[in-house]
Design a protein. Structure first.
Lengths: 294, 389
C-alpha cells in the first residue's frame, strides 16, 4: 500500500536544494534576524530591552463612551483589541468556510470548479479596491443604507464600528480559510465515511469522529492563514473603522512612519512570539483531539 | 438449461434450506446507473452460517449487490429482506451487517486499538469492556501486541486483519467482504484464505464474499454465485459449479475448459469433432445443438491409432505438477493437462470417458469463447482484472 519515495542521495539533494535554501536565507531568515536585531537595540545600535519593556509598560489615557477617563497600557490594549477582532473574524471564516468546503468537496466536479472560481474571483482584485468597495456599501449614505431606507427601515451605522472591521477582514481573508480545508476534504477517502456508517455512526457521528479529525490539518492551516494577516492588518481598520480602532498593524505602521524603527521592530517581534506560542498551543490541543479517540 | 438447472441446482438449494435458515433474501433486484443496467432481476437467498461467494468478472454487478446489502446503494426495483424484514430503507448504521472494504478503509487518525474499538465507542460500551473485547478480537486475528501501533505503519496483511477485527467486533449476523484479498501477494492471499475460512467457522457468522478470482471462490466457499452482466448465471457448491457448469460462460470463467459445438443425437450420446461419444447426459431433444465442455485434466492421451480423435501437439508448457499442452484437432485447439510428456509436432490420439463430457444447453454465451489458439499464460495473467500487482 505504501509506496516508498525514491530518495535522492545526500550530495545531489543538497545541490538541488541550494537555490531554495539561498532564497529562504535571504528572504526569510535575514529579515527575521534584522527584526530581532532592531527590536533589541537602540538608535545607536546598542543592546537594550527598552523597546520590549515599552510595549508592556507604556500607558495612555483612554476615554470611555460615558466620558470617564482611565489610564491603560497602550500597546496591551491595542494588541488585545487586534487579537479579539482577528479571532472573531477567524471564527466567522471557520464557521462559514467549513461547511462550504465540505459541500464543495462532495459536489460534482463541475460544481466544484464553479464554486472554486467564485471563491477565487475576489482575490483577483486588489484588496485596497475591495476595501473601498466595502466602504461604499457600508457608509451611512452607502448602498446598504439606501436599500434599507428604500424599504422604509431605519439607517444602520456600520462604518466606523468593530463590525465593519470584522466584515472587511472576513471578506478579505475568507478564501484562505476555505482553500486548505477544501483541499484536505477533497482528498478524503469516501470509503472512510462509508466505513464509519457501516460501523454504526449516524451522519453526525461520521462528522464528529472521522471527517472533523481528518480535516484538522486543513483547519489548522486555514486558521493560521486567516488569523495572522487579520491580526496585523492596518488598512481595513483605517478605512472601515474610520481609524477609530487602532490595531497592532496601525501601531507598527505609525511607529515606522514616525521613524521609530526599533520600537516598530519590537512590536512586530513580540507579536510574532505571541502568535507562535498561540499556534503551538492550538496545534497541541488539536492533535490531542485527533489521537485521543474519545 | 432449465432442466439442467432443476436437476443440479435445486437439490443443492433444497439441501441448504433444510439445514439452515434464510438470513438475507434478495427479491427481484434491479439497478441501473446512467441508463446502464448493472443488476437485472437478481433473486438470491443467503443462509445463516454459510460462506457464500459472489463471483464474476469486473462490471458483473457483484460489488453493487454487496453494497446494497450493506446499505450503500438502493435497488431501483425489488426488495432486500433481512431475517424476513424489509431492509431497503434502513441506513447502514442500523443494519446488523458489517463490511470489510476493498482497501480496508482503516481510520488513519486512529491506532489499531482505536480502529477496532470504533464501533464499541459509538455504542457507548464501558471502557473496561471495550478493552477486553478489543484485545480478544485482536487475538482472534493474531495481532496481539499491535494495539498501540499506527495503522499506517502496518503491512497489507496486518491492515487486512485490523479491518476484519473491526468489522467483527459488533458480532454482526452477516459480514460482507469486498475483494478483501485483492491487494495482497499470492502467498499471503493463500494464508488469509485459510484464515478467513477458519474465522468464519469459529464465529458462525455468515460471510458474503465478493471476488473475481475463481480459484479463491472454489477453495473458500460453501456456495458460489456466478454473475455476469448483472444476472445470476449459476448458484451451487464449488463442485457443482466446476463439474456441472450451466452454460459456456460459467464453464469458461471457472477453470480451463474446451468448449465445443455439438449435437445430442439421442440420450447418453454426444456428437462433436466428427465423432460420436458416450456421455452421461440425457433429456435433450433428439438432434438438439448443444455446447460440450471437456476439462483439460479429463482428457486421456493415447497412441494416435487408439484415439477417438487425433491431432498434432502445437505447444507444451511445463507447469510443475503437470504439462499443459495445446493440440490441434481438426482445426480446434484443445487444452490438455497431463502428467505424460509429449513433444511439439507429435501426433497423438485422445480418448474421453463418458464422465469427462459435460453437455450444456445453448445460451447467449455459446461460441463466444473459442478455442485455445491464442492462449498463453502470460495473456491470461494480464487480462485478470485487479489481480496480483
Amino acid at each position: 500500500m505504501q509506496k516508498k519515495e525514491p530518495r535522492l542521495n545526500g550530495g545531489r539533494a543538497g545541490a538541488l536544494l541550494a537555490p531554495y535554501s539561498l532564497w529562504s536565507l535571504i528572504f526569510i531568515l535575514v529579515p527575521l534576524v534584522f527584526v530581532a536585531y532592531y527590536a533589541f537595540t537602540d538608535e545607536s545600535f546598542r543592546f537594550t530591552t527598552e523597546n520590549i519593556t515599552r510595549f508592556f509598560t507604556a500607558t495612555s489615557n483612554l476615554k470611555a463612551d460615558d466620558g470617564t477617563v482611565s489610564e491603560v497600557r497602550t500597546y496591551l490594549v491595542i494588541f488585545s483589541r487586534s487579537f479579539k477582532l482577528a479571532l472573531i473574524s477567524t471564527l466567522i471564516c471557520l464557521v462559514l468556510g467549513y461547511p462550504m468546503a465540505y459541500i464543495m468537496a462532495r459536489a460534482k466536479v463541475r460544481t466544484q470548479k464553479t464554486m472554486m472560481t467564485l471563491v477565487m474571483i475576489p482575490m483577483w482584485m486588489n484588496f485596497l479596491i475591495r476595501t473601498y468597495a466595502w466602504m461604499t456599501i457600508l457608509q451611512d449614505t452607502g448602498i446598504l443604507n439606501n436599500f434599507l431606507t428604500g424599504l422604509g427601515l431605519p439607517v444602520v451605522r456600520i462604518i466606523g464600528t468593530e463590525t465593519a472591521v470584522v466584515i472587511g477582514m472576513v471578506y478579505d481573508f475568507f478564501p484562505y480559510m476555505i482553500l486548505p480545508i477544501y483541499s484536505i476534504m477533497a482528498k478524503m477517502d469516501v470509503k472512510l465515511l462509508e466505513a464509519a456508517r457501516d460501523l454504526g455512526c449516524n451522519g453526525f457521528g461520521v462528522l464528529k469522529r472521522v471527517i472533523f479529525p481528518l480535516s484538522l490539518p486543513g483547519v489548522i492551516s486555514g486558521v493560521t492563514m486567516v488569523l495572522i494577516p487579520s491580526i496585523s492588518t492596518f488598512y481595513i481598520s483605517q478605512k472601515l473603522g474610520n481609524g477609530k480602532f487602532f490595531l497592532i498593524g496601525d501601531a507598527i505602521e505609525g511607529q515606522y512612519i514616525a521613524n521609530n524603527l526599533h520600537f516598530a521592530a519590537a512590536i512586530a517581534f513580540i507579536m510574532m512570539v505571541i502568535l507562535l506560542v498561540f499556534m503551538g498551543v492550538f496545534r497541541y490541543l488539536t492533535s490531542k483531539v485527533v489521537s485521543g479517540g474519545e | 438449461m432449465l432442466l439442467a438447472y432443476c436437476f443440479f441446482i435445486l437439490p443443492a438449494q433444497a439441501e441448504r434450506g433444510a439445514i439452515m435458515e434464510k438470513i438475507i433474501e434478495l427479491k427481484n433486484i434491479s439497478k441501473s446507473f446512467d441508463g446502464e443496467t448493472v443488476l437485472d432481476h437478481i433473486s438470491l437467498d443467503i443462509y445463516d452460517n454459510e460462506f457464500i461467494t459472489l463471483l464474476g468478472p469486473s462490471g458483473c454487478g457483484k460489488t453493487t449487490l454487496l453494497r446494497m446489502i450493506g446499505g450503500f446503494a438502493n435497488p431501483d426495483e425489488g426488495d432486500i429482506l433481512f431475517m424476513g424484514e424489509r431492509l431497503n430503507d434502513t441506513p447502514p448504521h442500523k443494519r446488523n451487517v458489517n463490511t470489510v472494504f476493498q482497501k480496508y478503509a482503516l481510520f488513519p487518525h486512529l491506532n489499531v486499538f482505536e480502529n477496532v474499538a470504533f464501533p464499541l465507542r459509538e455504542r457507548g460500551v464501558k471502557k473496561a469492556e471495550i478493552k477486553e473485547q478489543v484485545m480478544k478480537m485482536l487475538s482472534l486475528v493474531m495481532l496481539e501486541g499491535f494495539a498501540e501501533r499506527s495503522v499506517t505503519s502496518l503491512s497489507g496483511g496486518q491492515q487486512q486483519r485490523v479491518a476484519i477485527a473491526r468489522a467483527l467486533i459488533n458480532h454482526p449476523k452477516v459480514l460482507l467482504l469486498d475483494e478483501p484479498l485483492g491487494a495482497l501477494d499470492l502467498k499471503l492471499r493463500k494464508d488469509m484464505q485459510q484464515e478467513l475460512k477458519k474465522i468464519q467457522k469459529s464465529t458462525g457468522i455468515t460471510f458474503v464474499f465478493v471476488t473475481h478470482d475463481q480459484e479463491e471462490a472454489l477453495s473458500m466457499s460453501d456456495t458460489i454465485v456466478v454473475l455476469s452482466e448483472g444476472r445470476i448465471q449459476q448458484i451451487g457448491t464449488p463442485t457443482d459449479i466446476y463439474n456441472e457448469p450451466v452454460n459456456a460462460f460459467v464453464a469458461d470463467f471457472i477453470g480451463e475448459s474446451n468448449i465445443l459445438d455439438g449435437v445430442m443425437p439421442e440420450n447418453f450420446k454426444a456428437r462433436f469433432s466428427g465423432h460420436t461419444f458416450s456421455c452421461l447426459d440425457k433429456d435433450f431433444a433428439p438432434g438438439e445443438p448443444v455446447d460440450v465442455v471437456v476439462r483439460p485434466e479429463d482428457v486421456d492421451i493415447v497412441p494416435k491409432d487408439e484415439g477417438m480423435l487425433s491431432g498434432v501437439v502445437t505447444q507444451v508448457t511445463f507447469m510443475g505438477v503437470h504439462n499443459e499442452i495445446i493440440v490441434d484437432i481438426g482445426g480446434f485447439k484443445w487444452m490438455i493437462q497431463t502428467t505424460e510428456s509429449v513433444n511439439v509436432g507429435e501426433h497423438i490420439g485422445i480418448s474421453l470417458d463418458p464422465d469427462a463430457i459435460h453437455i450444456m444447453k445453448k445460451s447467449k454465451y455459446s461460441g463466444v469463447f473459442g478455442d485455445y489458439s491464442s492462449y498463453s499464460n502470460e495473456l491470461d495473467e494480464l487480462s485478470d482484472p485487479g489481480g496480483e500487482e
